[in-house]
Design a protein around this ligand. Structure first.
Ligand code: ATP
Ligand code: MG
Length: 253
């Protein structure tokens, strides 16, 4: 992220420019695919409409996600090329706060890209990175897109899949996993199939889940289960859509 110093911090679109630089860097390093550039553009448009802030319903979703992580037997954070380019340290921090595994999981899988992402995550403090073995398959998907680690996502009970493609999000849900999705588009199938859709920029959402996880670390199972039960996914999606369509004054939050 050598280029970040070139963007003046008082630039009104500082965050968005930094984000673009990171994605560009990711493409240059072979971490992010060119498709990832398109996903970034889509995300930016939604973030602009959201007001580039964590809306209250997304904060509640982040807290419910943290509670799920702490209750899980085997939580896994799935990492693709955009996630690795944008928030490598934040992924490592969340894994540290919750005991989750980190697994590289790509829509357009190539051995080189999986390796480049794993190396990049290690450079940012990850000790163990899964996804290189790819010795199990998600049922219902074509061969390459189905590959996961048997002792990683395949075995997980709770999976965080940020910026995931809708098909794969659905297939993971059908395996009975509790899915937490981070996606700026509340209408995308990924967000709609999630047990916990966090409609927020991953730059804000990941540190927010980590903050909630640290805050809830001393809570009892009963307290965590109450947070999970009280979270209303449909209401969260509706609140996000209202914010997108009508702006901050109309969403009642
Ligand atoms: P589907 O309906 O199948 O889910 P999709 O068009 O959403 O299809 P992609 O283009 O792969 O499929 O999805 C990328 C998603 O990631 C988009 O919904 C986009 O809004 C979201 N996204 C992109 N950048 C970010 C980001 N920084 N934080 C959160 N979400 C993001
Ligand atoms: Mg999607």
């Amino acid at each position: 992220m050598s280029d970040e110093v070139d963007v003046p911090e008082d630039h009104p679109r500082y965050q968005s420019l930094v984000t673009r630089h990171r994605i560009e860097d990711g493409v240059e390093k072979g971490i992010t695919s060119t498709q990832g550039l398109i996903a970034e553009g889509r995300g930016e448009a939604f973030d602009y409409l959201l007001g580039e802030e964590t809306i209250p319903s997304a904060d509640r979703a982040a807290r419910a996600a943290a509670a799920h992580f702490l209750l899980a037997e085997h939580p896994v954070i799935s990492v693709n090329g955009n996630v690795a380019a944008l928030v490598p340290e934040e992924v490592v921090a969340l894994a540290g706060a919750t005991g989750a595994d980190i697994e590289v999981n790509l829509f357009g899988r190539t051995a080189e890209r999986v390796q480049a992402i794993a190396d990049h995550l290690r450079e940012h403090g990850a000790t163990e990175v899964k996804g290189l073995t790819a010795d199990a398959r998600i049922p219902g998907l074509s061969h390459e897109r189905a590959k996961v680690d048997a002792d990683g996502i395949y075995d997980a009970d709770v999976v965080l899949v940020p910026l995931e493609d809708g098909d794969r999000a659905e297939a993971l849900g059908e395996m009975g996993k509790t899915e937490i999705v981070i996606d700026l588009n509340p209408l995308s199938r990924s967000a709609r199939t999630a047990a916990v859709p966090i409609v927020d920029n991953i730059l804000r959402a990941l540190p927010n889940v980590t903050r909630h996880a640290r805050d809830l670390a001393g809570s009892s199972r009963e307290e965590l289960e109450a947070i999970v039960t009280e979270f209303d996914r449909d209401a969260a999606l509706e609140a996000a859509e209202r914010r997108l369509r009508e702006g901050a004054l109309a969403d009642g939050e």
